[in-house]
Design a protein around this ligand. Structure first.
Ligand code: PEP
Length: 254
C-alpha cells in the first residue's frame, strides 16, 4: 500500500520570514490530516527555520538540490549531510530547471541520488520529456534514460527509498497539465521499467509523483489514476490555502 506524498517545490521564492509564516499557516490548516504525507521544499536558507517551525508535526522538509560530495572545495555547493543537519529529510534531484539552466545530466543526477541516499535523505528524482521530445514520439525513450541512468547502480532497497517525480517539462509552470490518461501512461511505463530493472515488489513499492501545473482543480482526477501516488507542486504550493486544497483532494481527511 503506497501512501501518497504531496510535496511543494517553492523554487527561488520566499525569504526566511515568509517561509516560516507560510508553514505556520500550513501547520494550522493541515492539523490532523491523515492518509497523505506532506513535504515542503523551501530555498536552502530557509530549511532550518522551516524545519524548526514544523517540529512536532508530520510535515516533512526537503531541499531542492544537493551536491554529490560531503565537503570540500566546491564553492557554492551544499552537501546532503548539511541539508540533513538543517532538518530536511527529502531532496529534489534533477528538476528540469536544473537540467535546463545548470546543465545537470543523468550522470550528475545519479551521483547526487547515491550521495543523498548515503546521507539518509529521501531523493525525489525528477524525470520527464520536453514538448519537442513528446511531439517526436520520444517520451518513453527520454523517461527510460532518466530512470535507468539516474538510478544506475542502486540496489532494490535503495530504489525503494527513492521517490520518482514524473514532470513533463511542457507542463511545468505553463498552466498546461498532462491529462490524467497521459500521466498514467507514463507512470505505468516507469513502474514497468522498475520491475524489469529491479523486481516487481520494488516497482510496486516506489512512490511515483506527478508534477506539472497541479492545482486544486485537477489534483483529484490525477490522484484517481492507479499509478499516480502523489504530486510535486510548484506554483500552487506557494500559498497555504491552495496547497491545503491540494493536500485535501479527497475531502477534509481529518
Ligand atoms: C515544479 O516545479 O516541480 C512544478 C511542477 O511546477 P508547477 O506546479 O508550477 O508547474
Amino acid at each position: 500500500m503506497r501512501i501518497p506524498v504531496i510535496a511543494g517545490n517553492w523554487k527561488m521564492h520566499k525569504t526566511v520570514a515568509e517561509a516560516v509564516a507560510t508553514v505556520t499557516e500550513l501547520k494550522r490548516r493541515l492539523a490532523g490530516v491523515t492518509g497523505v504525507k506532506v513535504v515542503v521544499c523551501p530555498p536552502f536558507l530557509a530549511i532550518k527555520a522551516v524545519a524548526d517551525a514544523l517540529g512536532g508535526t508530520a510535515i516533512g522538509v526537503g531541499a531542492q538540490d544537493c551536491f554529490w560530495e560531503s565537503f570540500g572545495a566546491f564553492t557554492g555547493e551544499v552537501s546532503p549531510e548539511m541539508i540533513k543537519e538543517a532538518g530536511a529529510t527529502y531532496v529534489i534531484i534533477g528538476h528540469s530547471e536544473r537540467r535546463q539552466y545548470f546543465h545537470e545530466t543523468n550522470e550528475t543526477v545519479n551521483k547526487k541520488v547515491k550521495k543523498a541516499l548515503a546521507a539518509g535523505l529521501t531523493p525525489i528524482v525528477c524525470v520527464g520529456e520536453t514538448l519537442a521530445e513528446r511531439e517526436a514520439g520520444q517520451t518513453e525513450r527520454v523517461v527510460n534514460d532518466h530512470v535507468t541512468k539516474g538510478l544506475a547502480g542502486l540496489n532494490a532497497h535503495e530504489v525503494r527509498r527513492c521517490i520518482i517525480a514524473y514532470e513533463p517539462v511542457w507542463a511545468i509552470g505553463t498552466g498546461k497539465t498532462a491529462t490524467p490518461q497521459q500521466a498514467q501512461e507514463v507512470h505505468a511505463f516507469i513502474r514497468q521499467r522498475l520491475a524489469q530493472l529491479w523486481d516487481s515488489a520494488t516497482a510496486a513499492t516506489v512512490i511515483i509523483q506527478y508534477g506539472g501545473s497541479v492545482k486544486p482543480e485537477n489534483i483529484k482526477e490525477l490522484m484517481a489514476e492507479p499509478d499516480i501516488d502523489g504530486a510535486l507542486v510548484g506554483g500552487a504550493s506557494l500559498e497555504a490555502a491552495s496547497f491545503e486544497k491540494i493536500v485535501k483532494y479527497n475531502g477534509p481527511m481529518t
